[in-house]
Design a protein around this ligand. Sequence first.
Ligand code: XUL
Length: 525
Amino acid sequence: MRYILGLDLSTQSFSSVLIDPDENRVIDSESVSFGKDLPQYKSPNGFLPETEDGQVHSDPRMWLEAFDLLLERIRAKGIDLGRVAAVSGAGQQHGSVYLDASWFDRLAALKPDKSLADQIAPAFSRTTSPIWMDSSTGKECAEIAESLGGDAEVCARSGSVAIERFTGPQIRAFWKRDPDAYGNTARIHLVSSFIASLLAGREAPIDHGDGAGMNLANIHQWRWDDDLAKATAPDLIEKLPPLKPSATVVGTVAEYFQKKYGFSPDARVVAFTGDNPSSLIGMGAGAPGRVVISLGTSDTLFAAMEDCHTDPQGFGHVFGNPTGGYMSLLCFRNGSLAREKVRDRLGASWDDFDVDGLSATPPGNNGNLMIPFFGAEVTPRGSLPEPVLSGADAFVRYDDKPAVVRACLEGQFLNMWLHTRWLAQETSSISLTGGASQNNGIARIVADIFGADVNRLAVSGSVALGGALRAGQAALGLDGAELAQTFCQPDPGSTVRPDSNATPVYRKLAETFRDLLEKSLQPPE
Ligand code: XUL
């Protein structure tokens, strides 16, 4: 009997899934919540309080402690980790970990009688790690773009224009703010490659999926780009691990994990990737056709790409698809938080956002339209002091609850539809995941706006699952399509089909929405 382990170090938790690929079964899922289980790090949502200039960091010791705690919990359930034949996983994208020259020896000499945190923490040359929510590097983005001759060039090479949360601009900001600590840094890892390194007890590469989220990799030649690296910080390339395909086998599980948690010395570690590329695989969307929409704090949309082309407007990103080729990703900052704000302002409940609540208004909302942005948005880039409402008087005054709820959802997904036209490829189906994905009202609006079937998957935790499926493919030679067929099936009965009368209404409304957006949006602060 053999198992495969998938890991997911996300913003709020460190989670795992254990599968049996021969019996086609999920054996176990476990999770450590940073806020709940490790309150001493004072990070209720997994990160430290945001600074006035928009810096958002996490304490990497918390991640180390969570790693030990997660494996301890699995072991304590009596699960035999000695059966694990392969392991891989993912980290929240863009986050980075800074290590001094002692890291290499510490990594090679991890002792099971001490914790990971005690042994690795002295090597941090930066005590906190910037994460994807950090928006403090606007100036650094402009500097990188200027040095390359403009954002179009940065995008053509790296798949994205220079973006505040991406690792390159974050590294540049670190070098400018604390050049001595930067000088003392021998290695910069992504969250994903940091965890993979620990697990293998040796340096793991950065994979093409996560590496493309740095504004440092040339995504056509898959190598670090000299000009981007020079524009970012001095001597940077020598501080980065190599960039390798996601299917790279890094080695076997380190002795530390064998002795402490019972892993077999033969268990193979496959390079980790970013949470979104991993979710692409865990959602069974590794081949073009199935589009994934993840409804979270921010909403994201991602899909495998037929060919590599970038967003002419510069809002979307191109990452490596862990199975080879490319994937797109768009991030919409006004996701769940915006839905929550509308709900609270109306004194509404989530039932008002579901099928029954929405049945009071028709698709197209009698012309009542809303741009549901609270503050800054990244797709498109810009901000609104307040959401813009256009239509009947009662609606504009927030007195018509059902119309405002519908306008919020229609506005969110019309915006998503408009800003994914550059992908120019067939959508056979859309799989919803994340907090609000079980909401059938949202599923209905997405189906009608995109004109595609919408489904939900039976298995939750697609990021960790993607890690397990990738490990099975890369280290055990299992067939990816068969694994997806087994583990990534849509929940029977969850499919919502588009209403052929509604989709044309939304095509027209999208034009009105675009005009209103162009008129209202203010440039980024
Ligand atoms: C993607 C992004 C987030 C993080 C955290 O570009 O910033 O989705 O990966 O989930």
